[in-house]
Design a protein around this ligand. Structure first.
Ligand code: B12
Ligand code: SF4
Length: 492
C-alpha cells in the first residue's frame, strides 16, 4: 500500500509567520506533527510519502503514485483542504481524513471516503483492521482519551527538516482549566495525559540525530497542566538530555499560574525553555468571568508577566476582544496592557465560536451564530452576533492592531521587554542563518523600511544596555515586520 500523507496550506496570516520565514529562508514554521505521528502508527510495510503543501506543491505524480491519501487539518486549513480533497477525488484516490478540522466538522466533507476522528491512538487500529478486510465504515470516532505511553515517535524521516523554522514535540494533551471558547478541553479533556520522559528523549534524539539544532516547540495545550510530573520527571530528563548539546532551545504554552512558581520557572530555564505563550485574553475582569478563565481572575496580570520575563522566559500573549462584557473602552485598555507588559508578540483576536466549545453551544442556544468560524482568530472576523455594535468592534479591533504594531509603540514595547528580561545562560550558537537574517533585516528594516530609525535606535540601545540581547532585538524587529505586513493585509 502506498500512502500519501497530505497537509493543506495555512492561510497567510499572523500565525503563518510567512514574512519572518523569508528572512531565515524557511518555508513553514512547523512540521505536521499529527501526520508524522499517524505515519508511525501505520503498518510498517506501507510505503509512506509526506506532502506538506506549506513547503512543497502537491504534484500530479505524487497523486498518481498513491493508493490512499491521508489528510490532516485544523479549521484554519479548511479552504486548502477543500481544494486538495477535490483534486484527490478527481484523481480517483481513496481519501482518509483525520485531525482537528474533521473531528469537529466531518459532515461538511462529502468527498472524503473515511473519517478516522479524535485521537488516532484509539480510532486508527480499528479502521486499519476493517480497511484491510474491505469492510471499513465511513466514520470512526471515540470519546476515549488514550494514554500516551504507547504513542510512537513521529516519523521525522518523512519530512525535510531544513524547510522548517522550528520542530515540535508533544509531551501532554489536555488542560485542567475550562475556558469556554477553547476546544482543547472538549477534544483532549481536563486531565493532562503525558508521555514518559523516555519517549520524549527518544523524540528529541530522533531530531538531534537528523541534525536538528534549532528551536523545538512543546505543543502541549498547557505544559504546566500537571506540575508534579513536569517538575519531577520531564524537566530533570530534559536537563540531562541537553548536557553537551548546543543549539536546541525549547518553547511552549502554559497558563498564567506559572508566575506563582519561581522554582518551576528556574527549572524550565535550566532545561533551556526560553519562551512561553500564555492566554492572557483580557484585562476586563467581567469578561474573564464570562469566559470562565478563572486562573486569570483577581490577579495583577502585568506583574505576573514581568515575573516570568525576569525568570528568563519571553512571554508571548493571546488576547481577545468581543466578549459580551467588553465595552468600547476595551481597545484602549488592551493597548495599555500590552504596552506596559512588554509582551512583544501579542496575538490579539476577535472572539470566535469554535464548534464543540461551550461558547459555541451557548451562542447556538441564543440564536446568535452566523456561520462557520474561519479558524483563524487573528483575521478580523467573527462568526456570531456580538453585543457590541459590529462597526464599533471592527473599527476598534483595527485601531488596536494598527497601534500595537506600528513602529513607535512596537519598538518601545521591545525595549520594555528587554529591560525586564533576564536571559538564560545557554550556550548560544550563531549560525549562518542568523547572520543572513541580520543582513536581510539591516537592508529590509534598516534601509528600505519606514521603521529604519526605530530599528537602528533599538540596536544601538541594546548594544549599550543589553549587549547579550542583540540577536533577540533583531529577531523581534523581524517579527514586527511580519505583523505590520499582516496588518496591511487586514486593511489597517
Ligand atoms: C502546534 C499547533 C499550532 C501550530 C500549527 C503548526 C503545524 N504545522 O501543525 C500553529 C502555531 C501554526 C497553530 C496556529 C493556530 N492554531 Co493551533 N494548535 C497547535 C497545537 C497546540 C498542537 C498541534 C499538534 O501538533 N498536536 C500534536 C499532534 C500529535 O496531534 P494532532 O495533530 O491533533 O494529531 C492527532 C489526532 O488529531 C489524529 N490525527 C491528526 N491528523 C490525522 C490524520 C489522519 C488521517 C488520522 C487518521 C488521524 C489524524 O491523530 C494524531 C495522534 O492522536 C493544537 C492543540 C493540540 N493539542 O493538538 C492547536 C490547535 C490545533 N490549534 C487550534 C487553533 C484554533 C489555532 C489558531 C487559530 C490559534 C489559536 N487561537 O489557538 C491558529 C490558526 C492557524 C492559522 N491561522 O494559521 C485549535 C484547532 C481547532 C480545530 N478544531 O481546528 C487547536 C486544537 C487548539 C485549540 N485552541 O483548540 N497551531
Ligand atoms: S488554559 Fe488555555 S488550553 Fe486550558 S482551557 Fe484555557 S484556553 Fe484552553
Amino acid at each position: 500500500m502506498k500512502v500519501l500523507l497530505l497537509y493543506p496550506e495555512f492561510p497567510d496570516t499572523f500565525w503563518s509567520f510567512k514574512h519572518v520565514l523569508k528572512f531565515i529562508r524557511k518555508r513553514a514554521a512547523l512540521p505536521p506533527l499529527g501526520l508524522l505521528t499517524v505515519a508511525a502508527m501505520l503498518p510498517e510495510d506501507w510505503v509512506k510519502r509526506l506532502v506538506d503543501v506549506n513547503v512543497q506543491p502537491l504534484r500530479d505524480k505524487d497523486l498518481a503514485w498513491a493508493d490512499v491519501v491521508m489528510i490532516s487539518a485544523m479549521i484554519a486549513q479548511r479552504e486548502s483542504s477543500v481544494q486538495l480533497i477535490a483534486r484527490c477525488r478527481a484523481a480517483g484516490k481513496t481519501i482518509v481524513a483525520g485531525g482537528p478540522l474533521f473531528t469537529v466538522a466531518h459532515e461538511q466533507f462529502a468527498d472524503v471516503d473515511y473519517f478516522v476522528l479524535n485521537e488516532a491512538e484509539v480510532t486508527l487500529a480499528e479502521f486499519l483492521r476493517d480497511f484491510a478486510q474491505g469492510k471499513a465504515r465511513r466514520v470512526y470516532t471515540s470519546a476515549d482519551l488514550p494514554d500516551l505511553h504507547e504513542t510512537p515517535s513521529p516519523l521525522w524521516e518523512l519530512a525535510d527538516l531544513r524547510r522548517y523554522a522550528s520542530m515540535s514535540v508533544q509531551y501532554s494533551r489536555g488542560c485542567p482549566f475550562d475556558c469556554d471558547f477553547c476546544s482543547v478541553t472538549s477534544m483532549f479533556g481536563h486531565r493532562p495525559r503525558v508521555k514518559t520522559p523516555v519517549q520524549i528523549n527518544a523524540e528529541l534524539d530522533g531530531l538531534w540525530q537528523r541534525g536538528w539544532r534549532g528551536p523545538v516547540f512543546f505543543v502541549d495545550d498547557n505544559l504546566i497542566g500537571n506540575k508534579r510530573l513536569l517538575r519531577d520527571e520531564l524537566l530533570p530528563a530534559l536537563i540531562r538530555w541537553r548536557q553537551g548539546k548546543r543549539g536546541v532551545v525549547f518553547y511552549t504554552e502554559a497558563s498564567i499560574n506559572l508566575a506563582d512558581d519561581e522554582a518551576l520557572m528556574r527549572q524550565m530555564v535550566a532545561a533551556a525553555f526560553d519562551q512561553v505563550f500564555i492566554g492572557i485574553e483580557t484585562p476586563e475582569e467581567a469578561s474573564l468571568t464570562e469566559c470562565n478563565k478563572r486562573q486569570n481572575q483577581s490577579r495583577d496580570l502585568i506583574a505576573d508577566v514581568k515575573r516570568i520575563q525576569r525568570a528568563g522566559l519571553q512571554v508571548q500573549g493571546g488576547f481577545i476582544v468581543g466578549f459580551d462584557n467588553d465595552s468600547s473602552t476595551i481597545f484602549q485598555r488592551q493597548i495599555d496592557f500590552i504596552q506596559k507588559s512588554g509582551i512583544v508578540t501579542a496575538m490579539v483576536g476577535l472572539l470566535q465560536a469554535v464548534p464543540g466549545t461551550k461558547l459555541h453551544a451557548r451562542l447556538h442556544e441564543q440564536g446568535r451564530l452566523l456561520g462557520h468560524t474561519t479558524g483563524d482568530n487573528v483575521d478580523g472576523t467573527t462568526n456570531f452576533v456580538s453585543r457590541m455594535n459590529r462597526q464599533t468592534l471592527h473599527d476598534g479591533y483595527r485601531r488596536l492592531m494598527d497601534h500595537i504594531y506600528s513602529p513607535g509603540p512596537y519598538y518601545r514595547r521591545i525595549r520594555t521587554f528587554l529591560r525586564e528580561f533576564r536571559p538564560p545562560r545557554v550556550a548560544a550558537v550563531v549560525t549562518a542563518q542568523d547572520i543572513g537574517a541580520f543582513m536581510g533585516a539591516s537592508i529590509r528594516l534598516g534601509v528600505i523600511g519606514r521603521e529604519r530609525f526605530h530599528f537602528w535606535g533599538l540596536l544601538l540601545w541594546t548594544c549599550f544596555r543589553r549587549p547579550r540581547l542583540v540577536p533577540m532585538a533583531v529577531t523581534l524587529s523581524i517579527y514586527g515586520f511580519h505583523f505590520r505586513k499582516c496588518c496591511e493585509a487586514l486593511g489597517v
